[in-house]
Design a protein around this ligand. Structure first.
Ligand code: ASP
Ligand code: MG
Length: 431
């Protein structure tokens, strides 16, 4: 058996779904379980519907859901799906969502999971009905909520591995061997049958959970990039594909900000030595990148990770006393309360500096909480560059048009917080 996972970007429109169907057909010689996430930005749109609900605007919420349903029905028409079963399936899902809107006495998080799962349920229905309409492969739609059991920690549910394993084995035994199974990523349900979700971007994780429980050799994630690259091609020329990479290096890259694969996805695979293959749905014959166990003596090329929107915050004591542990613990407490990840930090005699990603007013919140106790200065719009396996020439090149505010070298990793020189010039012209 093999597992394929397709993300939202691979099923945007008629042509991309046909492409996905081609990939499935080409590989259907082996028993195939296909995990799919919601189409495009559907999950974000569902979150918007929920925001309307929170503002007591039921009609706006319903019209958002109508739009989403219409998009999927239109997609079905574009693909030439004519069966009444397709329309009935979509309408049943819509009724399920309407019911969720009417349910009293449910927490916001419970409601979130009931509404947001709609995206994956809809997308998989489109793909399933398209596949059977082409008659080129047999397919079955599997409601993963009947298999993937979780605790009731809504929006970030934890998998109940044993219960899921039993249900999965039982279901697969009952299913025909030569059909392609189409199922949803990201969603599951509690033992009482309430919808749950595994955290945003959780579809890769779903594929990994199933591969783990089925003791497979590999799982393939089809993406819009050729595999794992040495840097983001939107930011750099001369970017190369890394054909093979260890779980550890992949996790390190993710830690430093590369949007490779969520570490949660890698862990179950690493535990059983299951390979994770990242391939491009735009170029399905290319081999992509294999993430697997560490092989001794593997040398990686330099890998560059860039994080934008960085702020450097400098705290100094008001009375010029030394920065001591009690200050650090007070500062970190505030960071923890606002769920702010510290990307880099440095402790001096009377000041302490941290680099954080400045999103949604986070830095502002920190200043509010701490300005009565520290003198705080902030430098915004910076970049954090991380270079794994660095080479001197590359570092020099990367910092050539930048002012380096902060640099750290630890064995095989160089990190620096930089400001583009162009920005400094502009600022001084303005001044
Ligand atoms: N559809 C979900 C999300 O957008 C899960 C996923 O795409 O992996 O977060
Ligand atoms: Mg997605």
């Amino acid at each position: 058996m093999e597992i394929f996972k397709f993300g939202g970007a691979s099923i945007l429109d008629k042509d991309s779904i046909k492409n996905v169907a081609d990939i499935i057909q080409t590989n259907s010689g082996n028993r195939l379980l296909v995990v799919v996430s919601a189409k495009g930005k559907t999950t974000n749109k569902l979150e918007e519907a929920l925001a309307h609900l929170r503002n007591n605007n039921l009609s706006q919420a319903k019209s958002k859901l109508d739009d989403i349903v219409d998009e999927h029905l239109q997609l079905g028409r574009d693909l030439g799906i004519t069966s009444t079963a397709f329309i009935a399936d979509i309408q049943n899902l819509r009724s399920e969502a309407d019911l969720a809107l009417q349910m009293q006495s449910q927490s916001n998080l419970e409601l979130y999971d009931r509404i947001v799962s709609f995206g994956e349920l809809l997308s998989t229905k489109v793909i399933y009905h398209y596949l059977i309409s082409t008659e080129s492969v047999g397919a079955e739609w599997l409601d993963i909520r009947s298999i993937l059991k979780t605790d009731n920690n809504h929006t970030e549910a934890k998998v109940l591995w044993k219960e899921t394993k039993v249900l999965l084995d039982k279901k697969l035994n009952l299913m025909n061997d030569d059909v392609v199974i189409i199922t949803q990523g990201f969603i599951g349900s509690t033992l009482e049958g309430k919808n749950t979700t595994l955290g945003r971007e959780g579809s890769d994780y779903s594929a990994s959970i199933l591969a783990y429980l089925l003791d497979l050799d590999k799982v393939t994630i089809w993406k819009d990039v050729p595999g794992i690259l040495t840097a983001d091609p939107r930011l750099f020329d001369n970017v190369n594909l890394i054909p093979k990479i260890s779980y550890k290096e992949a996790i390190e890259m993710t830690y430093y900000g590369a949007k490779v694969i969520h570490p949660k996805t890698i862990k179950p695979l690493q535990n059983k030595g299951i390979q994770l293959i990242v391939r491009s749905f735009r170029n399905p014959t290319a081999v992509g990148t294999v993430i697997g166990p560490e092989e001794e003596g593997t040398l990686y090329p330099p890998i560059v990770v860039v994080e934008k929107d960085q702020s450097l915050i400098r705290f100094s004591t008001l009375d010029f006393s030394f920065i001591a542990e009690e200050h650090l613990s007070e500062i970190f407490d505030v960071f923890d309360r606002h769920r702010i990840k510290v990307n880099m930090m440095r402790n001096g005699a009377i000041s302490f500096s941290v680099c954080v990603t400045n999103k949604s007013d986070k830095v502002h919140n920190i200043i509010n909480d701490l300005e009565s106790k520290y003198q705080i200065s902030v430098d915004n719009d910076l970049e954090l560059l991380t270079i794994r396996q660095p080479k001197t020439q590359l570092i020099e090149h990367l910092q050539s048009d930048k002012l380096v505010l902060f640099k750290e070298i630890v064995s095989d990793t160089v990190r620096m917080v930089t400001k583009p020189i162009e920005m400094i010039r502009r600022k001084s012209r303005e001044d």
